[in-house]
Ligand binder design. Structure first.
Ligand code: NAP
Length: 268
């Protein structure tokens, strides 16, 4: 038997999460493996914000991606010593038949931390690429606006949009994040906590916005919509501003009714 530390939900969330919502318990894991089983140890765990709205019962464990090292194996696909990206939760030691594995990640770039597999080379990177190219479908020369621009998803969206030849603008919540996103190639970024949305958007997108990749669903979405060009596309990736909210339903998005033009809005 080996011991695993497991985060469980100790109390229902009300508003912002606090320490009281979480508890770490020890679980015994039988390390005698049957055919196809692997025993893994977490190297890094990603507490992604969207998990906040996933239904997790009190006493239950949180699902999450982790990069893990295979400690023991009876599965030829994942030999001892290999590394895997798997969606198996906030826990140190896990036993499975590899059903939660996304991919083997032994060949990660050596100049990057292994956490890159939970970010750019994991679910956030896939979300950014899929959402931008399949729903917003930006063309070279168009202007793409990204909220939550400095986050795991937003920072990738901005870089992909630049590669596609777009003008890329974004919003984020601190001057440090503004500097960070600009270092990634964003053409204009504003701090929504210190700047007025309408004024900042007019300055950043004088020719209007063609694609809006929305991660936060702020009420200020209406300011973006007013700045959008005819034929504009909005990809609603997430609603992080509502996840801890007690006055609007989680995942709720404010869309101001606008009669002057048609906007294609995609939720993914
Ligand atoms: N559709 C999908 O398949 C999918 C997959 C993955 C993620 N998502 C969604 O994508 C979004 C971003 O995820 P991520 O992994 O990139 O998150 P992240 O790296 O953790 O970034 C989240 C950022 O959101 C901003 N934020 C937090 N609370 C906020 C609030 N109350 N109002 C406004 N902004 C707030 C903060 O940035 P600032 O300091 O800049 O405000 C925070 O750093 C989330 O909405 C998530 O649910 C969707």
């Amino acid at each position: 038997m080996v011991k695993s530390k497991v985060y469980i939900k100790a109390q229902e969330f009300v508003g912002d999460p606090t320490e009281e919502n979480f508890k770490v318990i020890e679980e015994e894991v039988d390390d005698n493996l049957e055919d196809d089983e692997i025993l893994t140890e977490a190297l890094c765990i990603s507490p992604d914000p969207y998990r906040r709205v996933f239904p997790t019962p009190v006493g239950g464990g949180f699902r999450a991606f982790q990069v893990s090292k295979v400690l023991k194996s009876k599965n030829a696909q994942y030999p001892e010593g290999s590394k895997v990206l798997q969606e198996i939760g906030w826990r140190t030691i896990s036993k499975s038949k590899g059903e939660a594995v996304w991919y083997r990640c032994d060949d990660l770039p050596t100049n990057e931390p292994v956490s890159v597999a939970t970010g750019a080379l994991g679910m956030p990177g896939v979300t950014a690429h899929y959402g931008l190219t399949n729903f917003c479908n930006p063309k070279a020369g168009e202007t793409v606006m990204v909220s939550g621009a400095a986050g795991a998803v937003g920072s990738m969206v901005g870089q992909i949009a630049k590669i596609l030849g777009c003008r890329v603008i974004g919003s984020c919540g601190s001057d440090e994040k503004v500097r960070f996103t600009k270092s990634l190639g964003y053409d204009a970024v504003f701090n929504y906590k210190t700047q007025d949305w309408k004024t900042a958007l007019k300055e950043a997108a004088p020719n209007g916005i063609d694609c809006y990749f929305d991660n936060v669903c702020w009420r200020q979405k209406s300011a973006v919509i007013e700045q959008m060009n005819v034929g504009g596309r909005i990809g609603v990736c997430g609603a992080v501003s509502t996840y801890n909210s007690t006055d609007v339903p989680q995942g709720w998005c404010f869309i101001k009714k606008c009669d002057s033009f048609v906007i294609a809005l995609y939720l993914f």
